[in-house]
Design a protein around this ligand. Sequence first.
Ligand SMILES: Nc1ncnc2c1ncn2[C@@H]1O[C@H](COP(=O)(O)OP(=O)(O)OP(=O)(O)O)[C@@H](O)[C@H]1O
Length: 345
Amino acid sequence: MTSSAASSPPTAPPFSPSSSSKSATGCPSWVSLKPRSILRGKAGCACTSSHANLSNYGSSSYHDQSHAADNLGMNSVPADDSGVLIECRDVHKSFGEKHILRGVSFKIRPGEAVGIIGPSGTGKSTILKIIAGLLAPDKGDIYIRGKKRSGLLDDYDDEISGLRIGLMFQSGALFDSLTVRENVGFLLYENSKMPESEILKLVTETLATVGLKGVEDRLPSELSGGMKKRVALARSIIFDNAKDSIEPEVLMYDEPTAGLDPIASTVVEDLIRSIHWRSDGMVGEPRGIASFIVVTHQHSTIRRAVDRLIFVSEGKVVWEGTTRELESSENAIVRQFATGRPIRY
Ligand SMILES: Nc1ncnc2c1ncn2[C@@H]1O[C@H](COP(=O)(O)OP(=O)(O)OP(=O)(O)O)[C@@H](O)[C@H]1O
């Protein structure tokens, strides 16, 4: 992500588990469309990005070529519109003079694993923030289960949103002054009626799910980049056992593998998949997470973590198709993305 969200940098509320009096800085790694006091006004992180294979994206040559993609047919876009969870319809967004989104339209259906790809700065993260209700579109609408949504995150109640959406920021956005245990259990300590001993147990179990053991007492500064991503993932999938309504039905990940080495990337990609699989009851306990959306530049993440792709360029969706179709597409830009070859001038 190339820039911060519209809001000013967040300051987290004081952390208040009984055992700690530390205060936190930073912002949560995920937000839900269900309002909770801890999340109000806390969204928005300054993020950085690394795009190993796509350094030439955003060049004029790239943009010239992308016009050709406008003529591409949409491949393998499911025809069945019944039960569409999220629809972006002709969404526009400008920041000052910069017209970033110029009529973005797509649909997310139940159970889908969707990747949003495209040149740097084309507005992919902005799309996630608009879907999450952190930013308002200037024009166009977001439909949730067929119902037009209005307002931002803070305005929602359960009836209006109708869908629980979690967003994991690219940076992971861990609270630097809190331990791993406190970070992962943050929302539960703040909101849940669960006893602290149960929260501790759940934190340990959730960390084990993402392959981390014995790191509960470490600070984020004592973790590698890959471990931080996994802690952020753990925080995005820990749920209040006492309520079944708190779990997000759609998880959105903003560049979850950016900056990771291939092995650490694979771990995170497979974790994202496994969370999804569990929603289908294929592995372990069924979860309520219906779909997920991943913004990524990483080819391995596209191959391992998602099934369908939405290619955004110059603020529009210029191609949709399966990951397999990405490999075989004859469109110059899509093929170039698939092969990771530098663009020739
Ligand atoms: N709050 C904001 N204020 C001003 N400009 C913004 C804001 N948020 C995003 N932008 C600008 O909008 C453009 C799109 O940003 P965005 O982060 O959505 O792109 P992206 O496609 O996710 O990029 P990347 O692939 O590099 O992460 C960038 O030029 C960015 O600087």
